[in-house]
Design a protein around this ligand. Structure first.
Ligand SMILES: Cc1ncc(COP(=O)(O)O)c(C=O)c1O
Length: 390
């Protein structure tokens, strides 16, 4: 028998070496214990500005108790995809409650927010159709667009004039889909939703928004930017995650009943993936109760993050167009960004440095994720530390 010396995976070593050379190679860290205002990473305790647990619910005892009770009731694994036998009582109840929370006819729970976006978009558009996406959309929306066979158009970030130019030329397509994050995951700014809704109406387009970073945080009832902007009836498809402010895991889509029925039939990441553990749904249900009953969490979060932003701006940091609890400090150069992140870590703060491909080349940044458990003392300490590094 002939043996070959050729290693078909050898290219990976050189690709990794290239990442290393460009300062883009990432390393896996291990967290011990829960996400709170502090986090233990690789054995070192740090003040935590690197979690999306915006409302401080990921380790809330009511949430963990709900997960425990559900796993005792329904077992841990769901054992099958939702359409077979994986959709248990906790999933069904969560879908009912999410629809009620969002004020829509129905909702569908996906294994993750990523899966929701990757499944919903290709279920809505196909070859004769066109998608129009913001240049700073999250990777999961981008991949959802790639999976659809429709023509893809990217408009410059938040630029409704540019979007309109594209829509004007789109009459030849069967369907049009406009898709955007509401709160952008890296810059923390907010999409011009009212204008997008107007364009969608004018050009008979479907409007889909991803509320991943807005659910639980924005709006009178914490539903997100759609609620905040009063656009309930004008946004057709809403996607969110249970993994950030709701402190659990999984994603969801909501809208009218026929849309949800269609997605349950045609969204491949729903149909062909095992349902999330019942405990995860039960944890999200408990978190929804807390969002409803403890509005002071989101009020305090947004007030304190606005104050923090003002202080950073006053100190001369570029926080871009942030209007939310996500506060970037835009550095630009990747090496400098990662050096600053390392210095912060040395000083006891976990503030992740974000570099390509998570942001475009030349736009590396420190991403400060502001959470309910950040006390004024913790914020003072970070502001002081940053000032010392200027
Ligand atoms: C805007 C946006 N959408 C979707 C997702 C994916 O959500 P999940 O982490 O639940 O898969 C993320 C997560 O980072 C996100 O930032």
């Amino acid at each position: 028998m002939k043996t070959s010396t050729h290693d078909p995976l050898a290219w990976i070593d050189s690709a990794l070496a290239e990442l290393e050379r460009d300062g883009l190679r990432r390393q896996l860290a291990v967290r011990s214990g829960p996400q709170t205002s502090r986090v233990i990473l690789d054995g070192r305790e740090l003040i935590n500005f690197g979690s999306n647990d915006y409302l401080g619910l990921a380790a809330d005892q009511r949430v963990t108790a709900a997960a425990r009770a559900a796993s005792e009731r329904e077992g841990w694994g769901s054992g099958a995809s939702p359409l077979v036998s994986g959709r248990g009582e906790a999933h069904a109840e969560l879908e009912r409650r999410l629809a009620e929370f969002e004020g829509t006819e129905a909702a569908l729970v996906f294994p993750s927010g990523f899966a929701a976006n990757a499944g919903v978009i290709p279920a809505l558009v196909d070859e004769p159709d066109a998608i129009f996406g913001d240049a700073k959309n999250h990777a999961s929306l981008i991949d959802g667009c790639r999976l659809a066979k429709a023509a893809r158009f990217v408009y410059p970030h938040g630029d409704c004039d540019a979007l309109e130019m594209l829509l004007r030329k789109s009459a030849g397509y069967r369907r049009r889909l406009i898709v955007t994050d509401t709160v952008f995951s890296m810059d923390g700014d907010i999409a011009p939703l009212a204008q997008l809704a107007e364009l969608a109406e004018q050009y008979s387009a479907m409007l889909m928004v991803d509320e991943a970073h807005a659910t639980g945080v924005f709006g009178e009832r914490g539903c997100g930017i759609v609620e905040h902007a009063g656009l309930h009836d004008r946004v057709h498809i809403r996607v969110g995650t249970l993994s950030k402010a709701l402190g659990s895991g999984g994603g969801f889509a909501c809208g009218r009943q026929s849309l949800i029925d269609w997605l349950a039939n045609r969204a491949r990441t729903y149909v062909f993936s095992t349902a999330q553990p019942a405990a995860t749904s039960a944890a999200a249900l408990a978190a929804l109760d807390i969002v409803r009953e403890e509005s002071h969490r989101r009020v305090q979060l947004l007030e304190r993050s606005a104050d923090f932003r003002r202080r950073l701006r006053a100190d001369g940091w570029n926080v871009a167009g942030s209007e939310s609890q996500i506060i970037p400090i835009v550095i630009g150069d990747t090496t400098r960004t990662m050096r600053l992140a390392a210095q912060l870590r040395e000083a006891g703060f976990f503030v992740p440095g974000i570099r390509p491909p998570s942001v475009p080349d030349g736009e590396s940044l420190l991403r400060i994720s502001f959470c309910y458990h950040h006390t004024p003392e913790i914020v003072d300490a970070l502001v002081k530390q940053l000032a010392a590094m200027r």
